[in-house]
Design a binder for this molecule. Structure first.
Ligand code: SF4
Ligand code: SF4
Length: 86
C-alpha cells in the first residue's frame, strides 16, 4: 500500500470555483464528484473531512451523490488525487 500511495500521490485537480452563499462550488454545470478507483488507497481522509455523510470507504471510496453538497473538502484532503470532478 505504501508504494501504491507514493506512486499515486499527485495533487488533486481543483475545479474552477464560484462563490456560493455557504461555500464555493464548481462553476461548471453537470460535473459530479467521482473517484478514480486506481488512485484510491482507502486512507479514509476524505471520509473524515466530509460533514455531509456523503462518502463510504470500504477498501476504496464511493460517493453518495444524493448527499454530496459539492463542498470540496474531501477533494482537497485526498492525498492521491483520487477524487475529481468530471
Ligand atoms: S464534496 Fe463535500 S459533501 Fe461532497 S463528498 Fe466531498 S466532503 Fe462530502
Ligand atoms: S482520501 Fe482519496 S485515497 Fe483516501 S480513501 Fe478518500 S478517495 Fe481514497
Amino acid at each position: 500500500m505504501t508504494v501504491k500511495f507514493r506512486e499515486g500521490a499527485t495533487p488533486g485537480v481543483v475545479p474552477m470555483l464560484s462563490i456560493g452563499p455557504q461555500h464555493d462550488r464548481p462553476q461548471k454545470e453537470g460535473v459530479k464528484l467521482q473517484v478514480i478507483d486506481e488512485l484510491c488507497v482507502g486512507c479514509n481522509y476524505c471520509l473524515m473531512s466530509c460533514q455531509d455523510d456523503a462518502l463510504i470507504v470500504e477498501g476504496i471510496c464511493e460517493v453518495l451523490l444524493d448527499k454530496c453538497t459539492d463542498c470540496l473538502r474531501c477533494l482537497l484532503w485526498c492525498p492521491t488525487g483520487a477524487l475529481v470532478y468530471e
